[in-house]
Design a protein around this ligand. Sequence first.
Ligand SMILES: Nc1ncnc2c1ncn2[C@@H]1O[C@H](COP(=O)(O)OP(=O)(O)O)[C@@H](O)[C@H]1O
Ligand SMILES: [Mg+2]
Length: 255
Amino acid sequence: MERFGVELATTEKGTRVSTGIKSLDELLHGGLPRGSITLVSGTPGTGKTILCFQFINAGITAGEKCLFLTSDDRITNLLNQAREFGFNFDAAVKAGTLRFLYLNPEKRTLHRELEEEVQMNQYSRIVLDSLTPLSEMPIWVISRGTEIIPTDDAMTNSPFPIDSIQAMRVHLRRLMGILKSEDCTSLVTSEVPEGSRDLSRDSISEFIVDGIFVLDLDPTMDRRKLTIRKMRGTKHTLKPHTIEISERGGMQLLL
Ligand SMILES: Nc1ncnc2c1ncn2[C@@H]1O[C@H](COP(=O)(O)OP(=O)(O)O)[C@@H](O)[C@H]1O
Ligand SMILES: [Mg+2]
């Protein structure tokens, strides 16, 4: 790090963003690369949402502007769930430094609304929890793949129907493109089915993102694990690390 002292001083903000988990930051040489998108993949109950809470909490603590995109329309439940882990987001929501936004996959203007939200506010951190309902929404791609709309609006001569991999690719690239910016670091979760070896439900996102965390359960050993599968520009171990989840302070890695 010494070697980059000058560069860090001039860019001020530094090139790494804390995940909110000290031990994970250590494995990542300081944290996530600024401006990166990391996929958090795992079966239900593996701790994806808790990891997102922790990441957002770190942002709020650092006085950053954060956006939590959720596919759950019961935002109060989400706030209550966060509170169980000692994360009280109410003050940040009131102060306007944290926004929870429900993404309705049925809404045909979803991409445009999300784009406006992200462009109008300079967020430092964005969480998208979870990508799965969005990767299952009915979409059609029109105008040479630059615009995406759900079937409601679909024209009979649309080139790519929902079941085409091209349409899904355009849709996911568009979503990730909206999140992607030099100063904004994101976590995007994906639910994989039990027993699957895929890294996301859609099998496409893992190729678009900069980093991948895999969360896992080992029921026989009564253990949870986190593996860093990929992280752009970062030398990291591929070893699964045992994690512990507690009421105070959320998730911790045992190094
Ligand atoms: N207070 C707690 N202490 C320890 N583990 C907990 C606690 N609360 C929830 N958990 C564990 O965390 C899991 C939920 O994590 P969550 O982040 O919601 O999973 P995911 O988003 O991957 O579905 C629960 O299934 C439970 O095993
Ligand atoms: Mg969840």
